[in-house]
Design a protein around this ligand. Structure first.
Ligand SMILES: Cc1cc2nc3c(=O)[nH]c(=O)nc-3n(C[C@H](O)[C@H](O)[C@H](O)COP(=O)(O)O)c2cc1C
Length: 186
């Protein structure tokens, strides 16, 4: 393992094999979100796990969108996006917005808010784009949150090693209690 790391460093970034890079990134477990925007009278969504919180004050979040993704020009046009953190069991919705349509996920967006968010999501954020960074074959959007909702008991859909999963019951529940006791937000 140490040897493999050294080899990758010695060879430099040019020599990083895309397959190995993807496999290494897949060792990082994440939640799963659906990024939405409302453009020209329609809602558009895309599944994304490249989501992170950036700053508490002001409240900033970031998403990374492939340069080829259909939602990219729409976010640029509207200057606004929503992020819905998918709940446990929402695999169909994740596939639906990842180019694999599912009939049961067709009406999953709550259209009473704009941009629409996924109904029953563990949390959702609406943000105005504050900056855009072109990063290789992706574009990173940083947005200032102007509206949010979260379900305190919500349990997330997880993504790890190319597969969807769920939290194990006891350790995760205990961890969240410990963080609250220490007054930590994240
Ligand atoms: C779990 C998961 C996470 C994904 N994360 C991202 C992401 O963060 N950014 C991205 O550009 N595409 C991501 N994708 C791929 C897009 O959802 C997929 O390519 C989608 O079909 C692109 O939208 P389009 O077909 O409307 O262009 C992810 C797919 C899955 C299944």
């Amino acid at each position: 393992m140490a040897c493999e790391t050294q080899q990758a460093r010695a060879a430099g970034p040019e020599a990083i094999d895309p397959r190995r890079f993807r496999d290494a990134c897949a060792r990082f477990g994440t939640g799963v979100t659906v990024v939405t925007t409302h453009c020209d009278g329609n809602d558009h969504g895309m599944t994304a796990n490249a989501f992170m919180s950036i700053s508490l004050s002001p409240p900033l979040i970031a998403i990374s969108i492939a340069a080829t993704a259909r939602i990219l020009p729409k976010i640029r046009k509207t200057g606004c996006f929503a992020v819905s953190v998918l709940s446990e069991g929402m695999e169909d919705i994740a596939w639906h917005f990842a180019g694999k349509p599912r009939a049961q996920a067709q009406d999953c967006l709550r259209c009473d808010i704009r941009p629409a968010a996924v109904a029953g999501s563990a949390a959702s954020f609406v943000a105005d784009v504050t900056s855009e960074i072109i990063a290789g074959d992706h574009v990173v959007f940083i947005g200032e949150v102007r509206q949010l909702a979260s379900d305190p008991g919500g349990r997330p859909l997880l993504f790890f090693g190319g597969r969807f999963g769920a939290l194990a019951e006891t350790p995760a529940m205990q961890l969240s209690i410990d963080y609250q006791d220490h007054g930590m937000f994240w």
